[in-house]
Design a protein around this ligand. Sequence first.
Ligand code: UDP
Ligand code: MG
Length: 317
Amino acid sequence: MDISVIIPLYNEDESLKELNDWIVRVMLTNNFSYEIIYIDDGSSDNSWKEIEKLSVENKNVKGIKFRRNYGKSAALNRGFDAAIGNVVITMDADLQDSPDEIPELYKMIKEDGLDLVSGWKKKRRDPLTKRIPSKFFNRSTRIMSGIKLHDFNCGLKAYKKNVIKSIEIHGEMHRYIPVIAKWAGFTNIGEKIVDHRKRKYGITKFGFERFIKGYLDLISIIFISKFGKRPMHLFGTLGTLIFIIGFIIAAYLAYAKFFMAEYKMTERPLFYFGLLAMMIGTQLFLTGFLAELISRSSHDRNQYLIEKELGLKKYGE
Ligand code: UDP
Ligand code: MG
């Protein structure tokens, strides 16, 4: 199969028929063999009824319904598990992304050999309150990850099959899929300027908290990528440094008390700094130990992806 289109959706019943017809039209004109997988993320409207209707009319239409709303990342992740096409395309259900981009995205993966192509909503049809924070996120993510993309969180993306079979996304990490793909060793990442349209039906499913969550996720991503496998290096270094500063302060105060004997130690503000620094230092150090224990017992501590092998027999042969 050439293409799997994965569409996460939450209460988008008005858009589905129009979107589906459009995708099918593009697939037919280009002679692609395809599947369209709808992941209904716990909708409370008629979305699932629509999907059932569509799949009766067209056997390439498939669907998964979550019992409740788990979020876009979970929906995408489940879609990635299910997809069987050689090229996998994700797109939003709200008709903001245009299916007309599919053939070109397919070509960039298939012929130009890219692992991942991310859409870039250069002319964005979203309110200013969303565009400005988004600029900030994209810039920080670009600097932290070293990936030169303008628009990390574009819903329209295309992947080589083995990329999506190798990565896992949970929480709200769909904003950072290119970063996750890069860690997994898929560095051939490209970008395509895509047409972006105003939301035609319904309302956005992400409120203001998207900015807070996005910001926290960015910090976790940075932390995990740099120290996830060796947390002690961060906490241990910080803890030791801070402890040493506290210790020097305390030693100096003790010296001053005994040899200059002119004041009580607790009367000097510095005393409290020293005390606090030693306590925080110890805490950080212990946090490092705990983090190290946790990361050692996690199931994926030795997970690696193998690209090729040579001259090895299968185990047990
Ligand atoms: N979505 C989802 N689960 C959620 C929130 C959103 O599957 O909990 C889907 C939504 O239906 C849409 C896509 O994710 O297909 C992008 O959402 P939306 O258009 O609301 O985001 P925006 O365009 O405002 O960034
Ligand atoms: Mg949208």
